[in-house]
Design a protein around this ligand. Structure first.
Ligand code: ADP
Ligand code: MG
Length: 696
């Protein structure tokens, strides 16, 4: 048996490898670039490239690729081989520092939202040395950022790195105020919990909707859904177990710390969580994890569905973004400390997050907005589309005590004095009970639960980091000017709680009364992508994001357009697929069945005096449903045609929300009704029960 410790990271050009294959001078220089972002000398780059190539060839690689994350949310790669012709007809394997550092993919077909005209289609990719290179399928993957020639970000990595930078700058200002000069760098970390469905490959292949859109566009609920709640953490089926074991192994080879796996709420639904890491690495690794999950599934005759809502009426899939801020000296700034002093610092960072989430509810909401995730947010199993924060009773009581200058500990103590009193210890249990909150404090980190399972985690973290950087900036501006730091700090935290406590909600987020209460509190409820995304360009958001250098104004507008176009395109494809399935599969099948029933009725009435009441009713109702499906398809077809001529992205997305999606619902309702009345033998594709309970 191979030992995990032997093959873990075996496909990664990590520090162990760097140390082993680079000269000490080159290693040190590279390490400085990784840790502190100092520019890399070309001679160092050449040495690294040479060593990387030799290492990769030794592991069977023949190609390399600059791997990047365009704004589609997927990853992109263009493979070049290492070969280079030698004069005598042989080839040699070459890879230079220049090729390592910079690539020039023909980028004309990646969305740029108008940032780059097609005649100047070329963008360039730049190596991100903070994220390790790795080998997959015989190719050396080099994580890169993707920019236009004028320096505008065309991907999700560049703004993510910028947002981490912004947070770092502001957090350092705060730490300095607390007298901390030893910290050189503050970074955010993320542990993304990834949910997914596994279904049999041969059933998947029979459904156009799954193939084209990743979700079922039709399907009546099976007799047994998740009511029994016997799947959650239940025994894992053999086939799934084999898949998970294989997946773990592949991920471990790639240096991904896959840690937890279990069944989820819905049948056929599962979860995988890695151990957390620095945010940009977590983002790269989560993209890679999603790819590997899908690839390994094929090996096992399965398909891994990453869509947020593959099955209507069944629990959807999310991705919990566990997020914290820590220093290079190993202190988690979101962890209540041991001393009063550390506690005061913790409370300030906590206040910064509270303020950030309240001030930028819109950015957080739109950072997770996609057509797929819209089906999930606000449905009965996911956090609502309203952003609120869960802090737990204990911490809320502490904040109330600070706000009102009252004792916080059952009246035994004097009023809470920052920098003097010790906070009570929060046990993990008391902070982690609420599973319905979109943004929950879980003891030493926040869990942002609104991300969809297929989302890149970059977007959510870009906006979260930026918003918190802005709070910290405002705090530092005040505190740096204060004569008496302690008093100013106390007042600042107190004011922040007063102004932003409306965002704190410890109750059940799935409850309808909460939505009404949230409205009373003036919280935003942006139900769909069409409602949320245009707000990216609101003046306050543009001002904040540009002031921290996270985006330029042009990038913001282009991103809004790209995200809205994504939304519009996805739903448009769904609509066309629905029409196609209705006309070519469902209507013919129902008609055939109704025809056969009708034939049976005439045959029966010819020989016997029977009423055939049920059969006649069936024929009538099915014929009626066929007409309705036809009508609804035509209606939807017309809407699809109307959508085509709307040029502008905001208007088009509103049309999708108000016209396309409701019409799709109508068409589906007739088809799902027909499904419940049609013989299984006639139904043209596998039904929900088979899809959900088909894996052994
Ligand atoms: P659960 O949410 O299921 O109770 P955990 O809280 O143990 O599970 O962890 C969920 C995810 O949070 C894991 O990916 C874990 O590595 C990550 N995590 C734990 N501590 C931190 C932290 N300080 N910062 C960021 N992520 C963290
Ligand atoms: Mg969790």
């Amino acid at each position: 048996m191979e030992k995990v410790t032997d093959y873990f990271g075996s496909m990664v050009f990590d520090e162990r490898v760097m140390k082993a294959v680079l000269s000490e001078k080159v290693y040190k220089s590279l390490k400085r670039t990784i840790d502190r972002g100092t520019p890399l000398d070309i001679s160092v780059a050449n040495a690294v490239a040479e060593a990387m190539k030799e290492w990769a060839i030794g592991k069977g690689a023949t190609h390399y690729t600059h791997w990047f994350q365009p704004e589609t949310g997927l990853t992109a790669e263009k493979h070049d081989s290492f070969i280079s012709p030698a004069p005598d007809g042989r080839v040699i394997m070459e890879f230079s520092g220049k090729e390592l550092i910079k690539g020039e993919p023909d980028a004309s077909s990646f969305p740029s939202g108008g940032l780059r005209a097609t005649f100047e289609a070329r963008g360039y990719t730049a190596w991100d040395p903070t994220s390790y290179a790795f080998i997959k399928d015989g190719t050396l993957y080099i994580p890169t950022a993707f920019c236009s020639y004028t320096g505008e970000a065309l991907d999700k990595k560049v703004p993510l790195l910028r947002s981490m930078d912004a947070l770092n700058r502001q957090a350092l200002r705060i730490l300095k105020l607390f007298g901390n000069d030893t910290v050189k760098c503050v970074k955010t970390s993320v542990g993304p919990e990834q949910e997914y469905f596994l279904i049999p490959q041969e059933l998947y292949a029979q459904r156009k909707d799954l193939i084209m859109t990743g979700r079922t566009l039709y399907g009546a609920m099976p007799p047994k859904g998740q009511e029994m709640e016997d799947h959650y953490f239940g025994a894992i089926k053999t086939k799934v177990k084999e898949y998970m074991a294989d997946l773990d192994k592949e991920l471990w080879k790639l240096g991904i710390l896959a840690k937890t796996k279990h069944n989820e709420v819905a049948p056929a639904q599962h979860e995988l969580a890695p151990i957390y890491s620095t945010t940009n690495i977590a983002a790269d690794q989560n993209q890679l994890t999603m790819e590997v999950m899908q690839k390994i599934a094929q090996r096992h005759g399965l398909v891994c569905l990453l869509h947020e809502k593959p099955f209507a009426g069944v629990n959807g899939s999310g991705k919990h973004n566990n997020w914290s801020i820590s220093t290079d000296t190993g202190v988690n700034l979101l962890s209540p400390g041991e001393t009063p002093y550390e506690n005061a610092q913790f409370l300030l960072f906590l206040a910064a997050v509270i303020k950030a989430v309240d001030d930028y509810q819109d950015l957080l909401r739109l950072s997770v907005a996609t057509a797929g995730n819209d089906h999930r947010l606000g449905a009965n199993e996911a956090p609502p589309a309203v952003i609120s924060m869960f802090l737990g009773d204990e911490l809320t009581a502490v904040l109330e005590a600070i706000e009102n200058d009252t004792p916080y500990n059952g009246g035994e103590k004097e009023k809470m004095q920052l920098g003097v009193d010790v906070l009570p210890k929060f046990s993990k249990d008391s902070t982690d009970r609420n599973r319905t909150s979109p943004f929950a404090f879980t003891g030493n980190k926040f869990e942002f639960r609104m991300l969809g399972s297929s989302n890149s985690i970059s977007c959510a973290n870009i906006h979260l980091n930026a918003a918190v950087a802005e709070s910290l900036k405002q705090f530092a501006d005040v505190l740096e000017k204060a004569d008496d730091f302690k008093t100013a700090l106390h007042q600042l935290i107190k004011n922040t709680i007063k102004e932003h406590k409306r965002i704190i909600f410890n109750g059940n987020g799935y409850d309808d009364t909460w939505i009404a209460e949230a409205e009373k509190r003036g919280l935003l409820n942006l139900r769909t992508t069409a409602d949320a995304m245009p707000r990216l360009c609101d003046e306050k958001n543009v001002r904040m994001l540009t002031s921290h250098g996270v985006f330029t104004e042009a990038e913001i507008y282009s991103r809004r357009d790209i995200m809205l176009e994504n939304y519009t395109k996805s739903v448009n494809i769904e609509a066309i697929t629905m029409i196609d399935m209705a006309r070519k599969e469902i209507i013919p099948a129902v008609s055939r069945f109704a025809g056969d029933v009708a034939k049976a009725v005439s045959a029966k009435t010819a020989v016997a005096n029977v009423a055939c009441k049920y059969e006649k009713k069936l024929v009538t109702e099915l014929s009626d449903l066929i007409d309705k499906m036809d009508e609804a398809s035509s209606d939807l077809e017309k809407a699809v045609a109307d959508l085509k001529v709307i040029p502008e992205s905001v208007e088009a997305s509103a049309f999708v929300r108000d016209s396309l999606l409701p019409k799709m619902e109508v068409l589906r309702s007739f088809a799902d009704k027909a499904e419940t009345m049609t013989s299984e033998e006639y139904w043209p594709f596998p039904t929900y029960d088979k899809l959900l309970f088909g894996v052994e």
